[in-house]
Design a protein around this ligand. Structure first.
Ligand code: ASP
Ligand code: MG
Length: 436
């Protein structure tokens, strides 16, 4: 069994849904994980925001606009009156639910139900589309097996057992359609895996049922060795290790959800990134094995803030770093990069929600400087410490760019440098020239 995930644009219009039906109809057993149609989750977030703000009329208008869009899609998607009627009925049910949620008291719990409607709609509409084409398939309700535990981590054992039970309920079927993104939480309530979480759904499910392979289908031919939005002539990377892919996803490669590699890596299931617009292209294969010493890719992460912390007492002192880290922990603020000298530590964060509180606590025992508007540029590959020359190559390429921080040696897969956001583009281009 393979697990294939398709994003919002792959189900974003009638044409794309028809193309998708053709693409997956090859007889091989598979579970197809779908996102909401493109734009839908954003619209549902907007509806929720309006309701949180008590703007019922605005929410009502947004709901009607979204419903109209679905009616139009359904009108163009099907050839038979039977399928159109089923779709109409489905859309009616989901929008009735949205309106009833909008009418009552609106809390985080209702919001999560609102956000779940996109994937429920896209999968059912696509299922009707397959039915109409006489492509035999079954709809698997993700809410019956996707579940997170009390730490908001996927409950792999539960998911494995319940997904297997759902599959067993449908003997003779080989093609299954299910929802990405949505799940139940430890309390059994409808919840989600956060924005972009459909990739994560696919790798969690693939790992939980020990799939033969997990495929993430997008509109680009795999992970590229640099940011195609910034640099011309980037190239797809044929093979990556799990560690390399995770570093790239975390540091800005938008093609993959940052934590989605982990489940596949834990169960050692290959992940293939493929392109719906070019289905025969090789894409990127992500496996356990590393393909030898080399620099594979460059990525960047924007919106970085650096915090320089200096304590007179750090000299020969211990416990200083613990005191610093504890503050970040208390404010649930992850640290991306860190460098230390004998008397100071510099670190970076991208979530500045608690910055003021963190800084004021730090100031109780050290001098603090904050610098915003920075970018982390990160070079990823298998950069084994025994091999000479990587650092030289990287810094030679960056020779004209002021570097605020350097982090190397944290893992064998990454060298990160911190630069002013305005110099990011230049840094990516320079590295492209110097490294590939
Ligand atoms: N529909 C969700 C979102 O837009 C999940 C996903 O597409 O991966 O974030
Ligand atoms: Mg995505």
């Amino acid at each position: 069994m393979k697990v294939l995930k398709f994003g919002g644009t792959s189900v974003g219009s009638a044409e794309r849904m028809h193309a998708l039906a053709g693409l997956i109809n090859d007889g091989a057993p598979k579970i197809v994980v779908l996102s909401a149609m493109s734009g839908t989750t954003n619209a549902l977030v907007e509806i929720s925001d309006a309701l949180h703000a008590g703007q019922k009329e605005k929410a009502e208008l947004l709901i009607s606009t979204l419903e109209e869009k679905y009616r139009e899609v359904a009108a163009g998607l099907y050839g038979t009156e039977n399928a159109r009627n089923k779709a109409r009925e489905l859309i009616l049910t989901h929008f009735k639910l949205l309106r009833s949620l909008a009418a009552g008291a609106f809390t985080a719990k209702e919001e999560r139900v609102v956000l779940a409607q996109g994937e429920l709609l896209s999968t059912a509409l696509f299922y009707f589309c397959l039915e109409e084409k006489n492509i035999d398939s079954a709809l698997l309700p993700a809410l019956n097996f996707m579940r997170t535990d009390s730490k908001e981590e996927p409950d792999m054992e539960y998911i494995g057992a319940h997904a297997a039970a759902e599959l067993a309920k449908r003997p003779g079927k080989t093609l299954f359609i299910t929802q990405g993104y949505i799940c139940r939480n430890a309390a059994g309530e409808i919840d989600n895996l956060k924005r972009g979480g459909s990739d994560y759904s696919a790798t969690i499910l693939g790992a939980a049922i020990s799939a033969e392979e997990i495929q993430i289908w997008t509109d680009i031919d795999g992970m590229h060795n640099n940011d195609p939005r910034v640099v011309e002539k980037t190239l797809p990377i044929a093979e990556l290790s799990f560690d390399e892919a995770a570093e790239l996803a975390y540091f800005g490669a938008k093609i993959l959800h940052p934590t989605c590699i982990l489940p596949a890596q834990m169960r050692n299931i290959p992940v293939r990134l493929l392109n719906t617009m070019q289905p025969s292209a090789k894409g990127t294969l992500i496996t356990e094995k590393s393909t030898g010493d080399s620099i594979k890719a460059v990525a960047a992460k924007d919106g970085i803030t650096a915090i320089k912390i200096k304590s007179g007492r750090m000299l020969l002192a211990y416990g200083f770093l613990r005191a610093v880290f504890e503050i970040f922990e208390r404010y649930k603020t992850p640290i991306d990069m860190i460098t230390t000298s004998e008397v100071a530590v510099s670190l970076t964060i991208d979530n500045t929600g608690s910055l003021d509180a963190i800084v004021s606590e730090l100031k109780e025992f050290c001098a603090v400087e904050v610098d915003a508007g920075l970018s982390i540029v990160c070079v990823v590959g298998s950069l084994t410490a025994e091999k000479e020359g990587y650092a030289l190559k990287i810094f030679e390429a960056l020779r004209n760019i002021p570097i605020r921080m350097i982090s190397y040696g944290g893992s064998e897969n990454n060298v990160s440098v911190l630069v002013d956001a305005e110099r990011k583009k230049e840094a990516l281009i320079a590295l492209n020239k110097g490294l590939f």
